[in-house]
Design a protein around this ligand. Structure first.
Ligand code: NI
Length: 172
């Protein structure tokens, strides 16, 4: 088990476009284990590999940890194959944008394809929080943060708040 530090905005490494995983091998599974450990340690519900400085198309997620039972999900090379016209709004946060929570509009339902940690292909139809979380994490693979979906004004306010929180943390 290895907990890895999570990059925070405006770290330029978060802007990298992640590359596809060619072979799901032991190194990939080790990276996935590190991602899961790092996500739980940071009390997150989702994490993309690029957030720990590994620009590979891998996402981990756990949307139902409430009873202390862990149920991590892994998505390798995820691709959205269909989106609903219907839009849903969720208040989003991100481990790479700490302390900031803002409403973001995304497709209410999606279909996606991905590989699991054994390299097996799956198709998923998602709605609600899962659909939002998948789209949020898949944005990370393109170097996009949820604050990039906000208006220019809201985005710069969020970044200022983030810088201030960072300064306080460094000072304290
Ligand atoms: Ni995020």
């Amino acid at each position: 088990m290895a907990i890895r530090p999570i990059l925070t905005a405006p770290d330029p490494r978060l802007k990298a476009v992640s590359t596809a995983v060619e072979t799901v091998d032991a190194a990939v599974r080790k990276l996935i284990d590190d991602m899961v450990d790092s996500m739980y340690e940071a009390d997150g519900i989702g994490l993309a590999a690029v957030q720990i400085g590994e620009p590979k198309r891998i996402i981990v997620m756990d949307l139902d940890q409430k009873d202390g039972k862990k149920n991590p999900r892994h998505f390798i090379n995820p691709v959205i194959t269909w989106r609903s016209e219907e839009i849903a709004t969720f208040e989003e946060g991100c481990l790479s944008v700490p302390e900031i929570w803002e409403d973001v509009e995304r497709s209410a339902r999606i279909k996606a394809e991905y590989l699991d940690r054994d390299g097996k292909k799956h198709e998923i139809e998602a709605d609600g929080l899962l659909a939002t979380c998948l789209q949020h994490e898949m944005d990370h693979l393109e170097g996009v943060l949820f604050i990039d979906h906000l208006s220019k004004l809201k985005r710069s306010m969020a970044l200022r708040k983030l810088q201030k929180a960072k300064r306080l943390k460094d000072a304290g």
